[in-house]
Design a protein around this ligand. Structure first.
Ligand SMILES: CC(C)(COP(=O)(O)OP(=O)(O)OC[C@H]1O[C@@H](n2cnc3c(N)ncnc32)[C@H](O)[C@@H]1OP(=O)(O)O)[C@@H](O)C(=O)NCCC(=O)NCCS
Length: 199
């Protein structure tokens, strides 16, 4: 006879998930402070987020964001901690309020700006450079802007110079190399609009 799922396991996990952000808050806030990251209020951390800053760069995080950095913090599977870094002097990362990240890697050599309510699915990458600045085969760094209410699906890569308009959804596994307008669902490699979101 098959067993049904175990409620005790479920509810103990619910309780553990309520406790975990409190345990992880102080180490993450201290790391943020150590690296000069400006961080707002009521942010939640599941596991240890990695912050790194280059001199004269800015990382600014709003209020009420969630960072899933442990592999169990999101059952869709998180391969690495969230890693938020400036990788060149005078670069900047601005993250608005109510944003969510699962194992998201974000590295700015120039400028990355996220609005409010941006959802970055598991194992997403946001970059404004090719990460090999001295290599003549690479292109120029270019700023990235992701506007309010954008949802990046699992494994999405947003590459340099991209602007994603508000309220748009980017399908799982997409590689975004060009601008995406507001209020659309877009997907694929390279990412293209597949439909408009109507009211
Ligand atoms: C983008 C998405 C929202 C579209 O869902 P939908 O509106 O139900 O669209 P459909 O499944 O009807 O697909 C419409 C078309 O887009 C294509 N498409 C959908 N998702 C795609 C993707 N991720 N990559 C490439 N093409 C995709 C389909 O193949 C289909 O093409 P066709 O018309 O030529 O057959 C959904 O596919 C998706 O990727 N969701 C993200 C899920 C996710 O990552 N969740 C976890 C977050 S951590």
């Amino acid at each position: 006879m098959l067993h049904k799922s175990n409620s005790l396991a479920h509810y103990s996990n619910v309780v553990a998930n309520r406790i975990r952000p409190h345990i992880w808050l102080l180490p993450n806030i201290l790391t943020a402070w150590w690296w000069g990251v400006n961080i707002g209020l009521k942010n939640q951390f599941y596991g240890k987020t990695v912050f790194r800053t280059e001199p004269n760069s800015i990382i600014s995080i709003g209020d009420n964001c969630r960072f899933n950095s442990s592999h169990r913090s999101n059952l869709i599977g998180v391969y690495s901690p969230c890693m938020i870094s400036t990788i060149a002097r005078n670069s900047e990362i601005y993250i608005g309020n109510n944003c969510g990240f699962s194992g998201t890697v974000m590295g700015a050599a120039l400028s990355i700006k996220l609005g409010n309510n941006v959802r970055c699915g598991a194992n997403t990458l946001i970059t404004d450079s090719d990460w090999h600045s001295g290599d003549p085969r690479t292109g120029k760094n270019a700023p990235v802007v992701i506007e309010d209410n954008v949802w990046l699906g699992y494994g999405v890569k947003v590459l340099k110079g991209v602007h994603i308009g508000e309220n748009s959804v980017i399908g799982a596994g997409s590689i975004v190399t060009h601008d995406i307008p507001a209020n659309v669902v877009a997907a694929g490699n390279p990412c293209k609009v597949i439909r408009t979101i109507s009211e």
